[in-house]
Design a protein around this ligand. Structure first.
Ligand code: AMP
Ligand code: TRP
Length: 329
């Protein structure tokens, strides 16, 4: 038990939340609440690194908060708050832009390269600088552990490097955080292309199962998911990436062990496997959506307000020290 350790993580409200978010990130947070001091944010200033419709953004912020709650984040145990309610995040990001963050580091970020594609010169500066805001989120609260999916590992490592550089200059100001990545399910892949991760921005929505998908739509998506050549149910991410992805989803949403599943499906075909998987997914979603629908907007506003009060206090204390250290106060 390490009740003193601080956990920080967040999701940006920039698209539909899918089972990859649940499996790769949120389910891990739920388990951590028992052992650690947890802080979970809706990182809305990250979302505007790409264009957002203001009305939809507002709706999504509320939706993510409800998804956290429906998944089992307990506001009695953990703090849930909206990033933009705490000005210290952007203030610290600016300080880190000047002390600690280097262009050479940002140029290495693979997510930026993927997202900007060939348009590197015309995307927003915010998209490029996004990892520094993420470092600020993490460092502001003396975070020890950052539970995220595989794709965020590089960003957490950058936060460590920034903290170390800052500390070299000013003494032990920041803790050096560590990423925590799940062994299984840290990268749930698209249902249509097992080489790509399941993603909320992908055009073809059949690639992913949204947490709020209609149940019958979700069932059809599983039935249409691509499989690999061959007929046997095997877990082999190299040679059977599509099937291995489906087995991972089955195991993690159905609370089963992969080797046990493989054994149970010996001598059975893809059709039967997919039908059962669809049932597991639908059952999980039905249960999740029941909880989601039972949470009122008012309840969420109150929880976010309470989170804001707590975080304002903690963040202002840290910022006071920092402003003094760098000489602006
Ligand atoms: P994002 O959608 O990029 O804001 O991701 C929020 C969190 O969910 C991060 O910790 C991601 O690593 C995780 N995540 C997103 N997509 C997936 C996926 N397909 N598989 C596993 N984890 C994911
Ligand atoms: N960049 C993360 C993502 O896209 C979201 C995020 C922002 C985050 N700030 C964070 C995750 C701090 C963990 C800690 O998923």
């Amino acid at each position: 038990m390490d009740k003193q350790k601080i956990i920080f993580s967040g999701i940006k409200p920039s698209g539909e939340m899918h089972i990859g978010h649940y499996i790769g990130a949120i389910s891990q947070w739920v388990d951590m609440q028992k052992k650690y001091n947890c802080i979970f944010s809706i990182v809305d200033y990250h979302a505007i690194t790409v264009k957002q419709d203001p009305e939809i953004l507002r709706k999504r912020i509320l939706e993510i908060a409800k998804i956290y709650l429906a998944a089992g984040i307990d506001p009695k145990k953990s703090i849930i708050f909206q990033q933009s309610a705490i000005p210290a995040h952007t203030e610290l990001a600016w300080i880190l832009n000047c002390y600690g963050a280097r262009i050479a580091d940002l140029n290495k970020m693979t997510q930026f390269k993927d997202k900007a594609g060939k348009n590197q010169e015309s995307v927003s500066v915010g998209l490029y600088d996004y990892p520094v805001l993420m470092a600020a989120d993490i460092l502001l609260y003396d975070t020890d552990i950052v539970p995220v999916g595989e794709d965020q590992k590089q960003h957490v490592e950058l936060a460590r490097d920034i903290a170390k550089r800052f500390n070299n200059e000013f003494g032990e100001v920041f803790k050096t955080p560590q990423a925590m990545i799940k062994k299984e399910g840290a990268r749930i892949m698209s249902l249509l292309d097992p080489q790509k991760k399941m993603s909320k921005s992908e055009h073809n929505q059949n690639n992913s199962i949204a947490l709020l998908d209609d149940l019958e739509v979700a069932r059809k998506k599983i039935m249409r998911a691509i499989t690999d050549s061959g007929t046997t149910i095997e877990y082999d991410p190299e040679n059977k990436p599509a099937l291995s992805n489906l087995l991972t989803i089955y195991a993690l949403l159905g609370n089963r062990e992969i080797p046990r599943l493989v054994k149970d499906y010996q001598g059975k075909g893809y059709g039967e496997f997919k039908k059962d998987l669809a049932e597991v997914v639908v059952k999980f979603l039905a249960n999740f959506q029941n909880k989601y629908n039972s949470i009122s907007d008012d309840e969420v506003f109150k929880i976010l307000e309470a989170g804001k009060e707590k975080m304002l206090k903690i963040s202002e204390e840290k910022m006071k020290k920092l402003r003094k250290l760098i000489g602006v106060r």
